[in-house]
Design a protein around this ligand. Structure first.
Ligand code: IMP
Length: 201
């Protein structure tokens, strides 16, 4: 039998932590945030892939804190831009991670383009002080709208319209986004693989 588990979320992004909490709470997984542990060490996200970065963050922060950790590395891949902004999604318009500037740069790059297909990707990595427990991945496909719409979510949500919908992720209720998002699917896969079980690993 699995036990309820407490994990430290290895991210300073409060929106990500909110979503991860909402997704994992029904499974009995409790998430600690950076604030709950007095801050996290900086980890350079210099990996070539979402998986590399997620593993690096999870292992570094588990080693530094002695806790069981879950890291999320995620981003947007746009077909007409050969997969950009990809692993550079947070700093697409420069260091500092300004969502508004990132969205404006994306819309400018797609100006006049009819192929607006895109996907969000998320890799979660779980690690303990002794090393990596495992990883899981999720994606959601959709398209980039012509202008930002909606107040919910974060990042590129105001311009991402998931397949099967007309609203953006920022217009859809959080519960709908979480039920189909890259993050929701990666965390569901992590649960199904047993990566979040109490006494595992
Ligand atoms: P990182 O994983 O911290 O390197 O940054 C991920 C970046 O990808 C975020 O800063 C957002 O720009 C984007 N991103 C990841 N997930 C989402 C999402 O659920 N909605 C909107 N943007 C996202």
């Amino acid at each position: 039998m699995s036990m309820a588990l407490e994990l430290l979320a290895a991210t300073g992004n409060a929106h990500k932590v909110d979503e991860m909490r909402a997704i994992l709470a029904p499974a009995g997984v409790r998430l600690l945030s950076a604030r709950d542990v007095g801050g996290l060490p900086e980890v350079d996200e210099d990996g070539a892939t979402f998986r590399d970065n997620a593993i690096k963050k999870a292992c570094a922060i588990a080693a530094a804190t002695g806790r069981r950790v879950i890291a999320d590395d995620s981003g947007l891949e746009v077909v007409a831009l050969d997969g950009a902004p990809g692993v550079r999604s947070a700093r697409y318009a420069g260091e500092g991670g300004n969502d508004g500037r990132n969205v404006a740069k994306l819309l400018a790059a797609l100006d006049g383009r009819s192929d607006r297909r895109a996907r969000f990707v998320c890799v979660v990595a779980v690690a303990g002080p002794d090393g990596l427990v495992g990883t899981a991945e999720g994606e959601v496909r959709g398209r980039i709208g012509d202008q930002p719409r909606g107040q919910g979510g974060f990042g590129y949500d105001p311009v991402f319209i998931p397949d099967g919908y007309e609203q953006t992720f920022a217009e859809l209720p959080a519960g709908i986004k979480n039920s189909m998002s890259h993050r929701g699917r990666a965390l569901a896969a992590a649960l199904a693989q047993g990566l979040l079980r109490g006494q595992a690993g």
